[in-house]
Design a protein around this ligand. Structure first.
Ligand code: B12
Ligand SMILES: Nc1nc2c(ncn2[C@@H]2O[C@H](COP(=O)(O)OP(=O)(O)OP(=O)(O)O)[C@@H](O)[C@H]2O)c(=O)[nH]1
Ligand SMILES: [Mg+2]
Length: 406
């Protein structure tokens, strides 16, 4: 069954957007049906769209907060638990009440959402429902046709949306000589910026989340920002920006979390990252800014640690897991020389003890007094993560940044 196209909009032919659409997808609370949204996510990325996936069992406020911070074109919900009429309304209401009602909400839920439900839902602010049987091709055509738009500066946006829009504008217009002026600094202090690099899957995002939990506990009034880079697909330009799935503690208003797709940049970071850091610093909001690179290789230097390019962050943390290969592979990893902090994550793994000895020996050869932090980010309250957070704070203080204290 093909979806009836909106005749008013159908006059305009579908065309690939100039800048990728950004869509937040999520499954509502008390719902574990994530296979539909996973299929949709992959298809969206195949069509050149950037998907920020939040995961399943997500609350209204987590979805609305993520939509605002990610400055998405649209929110897509996949709901099978029968609560769609109320849930979609609550998301749309929360966006509207926070001054972000320009972000539409759509979604699907197969046969659990009826035509009669849809009529009520549209009256209550849902933009569109994709019913069971809608071919994926039609869904993609409609999304690209109706939700692609170029972001414009908007003085009415407040708080995190204003920051988020400023970042969108630099992503969209990388050739601009200077980033848009956003918010005047509310207080002194630029925030301590830590770049976090390491191989794909080493646990960077999980570790960042655990560091975030320490920050929130130890600094009851401070704010922390996270810029999470993930790769764009070189063939389609689309991306699945999945770092938010690991970000449990980002569900706190004191956390600003923004996903960035690399959009063809081969440095391990989106080309918008330097300006995005500048925007966060200029806002004066954040005590600590963590920047995650994509999973990087042996030769990578995303944050300019070796001085060939401008140093982008105040400090660099390199994270690796026990499966790095062997001693030869360790010798090749350039950032083990350049990083200020090194963490061996996944220390719950049986190979961790050998890895600890090998990596510490490798660091000793650098003669820089680098200490290896052994962490298990998958475990809450891990003492290794505590020690790593303390080391970050100490480095922040030593380099004249608070890293948390106001
Ligand atoms: C697969 C499935 C499961 C799998 C889920 C696997 C997973 N990880 O997702 C398993 C077996 C685990 C499961 C478990 C349960 N399920 Co179940 N499940 C289904 C099933 C068969 C298919 C859903 C699906 O993935 N469809 C595939 C998608 C791609 O197609 P679609 O649904 O037609 O969606 C279309 C559009 O709506 C659109 N779309 C959908 N979402 C989105 C999102 C966006 C952003 C966009 C753009 C489009 C879009 O895409 C499709 C295009 O054609 C449905 C029955 C059915 N036939 O729908 C029951 C169903 C949803 N499950 C049901 C139930 C009751 C359960 C359980 C509670 C059973 C139990 N007692 O344990 C549990 C709950 C699990 C949980 N934790 O939430 C009921 C829900 C009834 C209700 N809400 O009133 C259903 C309807 C079965 C039934 N008839 O009873 N389930
Ligand atoms: N066993 C174990 N698993 C972990 C640990 N830390 C993270 N993981 C798991 O490792 C997988 C990858 O974790 P992420 O945090 O997404 O890794 P990442 O380095 O951010 O991955 P990319 O961003 O894709 O490069 C997830 O399934 C985590 O749950 C750990 O300490 N122990
Ligand atoms: Mg990650």
């Amino acid at each position: 069954m093909a979806v009836a196209l909106n005749p008013r909009r159908a006059a305009h032919p579908a065309r690939a957007p100039r800048v990728p659409l950004r869509i937040l997808t999520a499954v509502p609370i008390c719902d574990g049906h994530d296979s539909a949204v996973t299929t949709i996510n992959i298809e969206l990325a195949r069509h050149g769209i950037e998907v920020i996936y939040l995961g399943y069992h997500q609350s209204v406020s987590a979805i609305a907060r993520a939509a605002v911070q990610e400055d998405v074109n649209v929110v897509g919900l996949s709901s099978y638990n029968g609560g769609h009429i109320i849930f979609f309304k609550e998301v749309a209401d929360q966006l509207r009440h926070s001054g972000n009602g320009d972000i539409p909400v759509f979604g699907g839920g197969g046969g659990t959402i009826t035509k009669a439900d849809e009529r009520i839902m549209r009256r209550q602010g849902t933009d569109r429902i994709f019913f069971a049987g809608t071919p994926l091709k039609d869904i993609m055509t409609i999304i690209q046709r109706d939700y692609a738009r170029t972001a414009k500066p908007n003085a009415k946006f407040k708080g995190d949306r204003s920051l988020a829009r400023a970042i969108t504008l630099v992503e969209q217009n990388l050739s601009a000589r200077r980033p848009p002026r956003v918010i005047p600094a509310r207080r002194q202090g630029r925030g301590f910026v830590v770049g976090i690099a390491g191989p794909g899957g080493a646990g960077k995002s999980t570790l960042i989340d655990e560091l975030t939990s320490r920050f929130l506990r130890q600094h009851p009034t401070g704010r922390i920002a996270i810029l999470a880079n993930d790769p764009s697909h070189p063939d389609t330009g689309g991306a699945i920006l999945g770092d938010r799935v690991s970000a449990i503690y980002a569900q706190d208003d004191r956390v600003f979390f923004r996903s960035l797709a690399t959009r063809g940049s081969l440095t391990g970071l989106s080309a918008a990252t330097p300006a995005a850091i500048g925007i966060l610093q200029q806002s004066g909001e954040f005590d600590l800014i963590l920047v995650e690179s994509v999973g990087v290789g042996q030769e990578s230097d995303p944050f300019g640690s070796f001085g060939q390019s401008r140093r982008l962050t105040d400090a660099v943390l390199f994270v690796l897991a026990p499966h790095y290969g062997g001693l030869i592979q360790l010798q090749k990893i350039a950032l083990l020389n350049g990083a200020d902090l090194v963490a061996l994550n996944k220390c719950d793994h049986p190979m961790a003890r050998t890895a600890q000895a090998e990596i510490q020996a490798r660091l000793n050869q650098n003669g820089r007094g680098q200490v290896l932090h052994s962490t298990t980010a998958a475990r809450h309250f891990d003492p290794g993560v505590d020690a790593l957070f303390a080391a970050i704070q100490a480095l922040g203080s030593a380099r004249g940044r608070t890293g948390g204290a106001r």
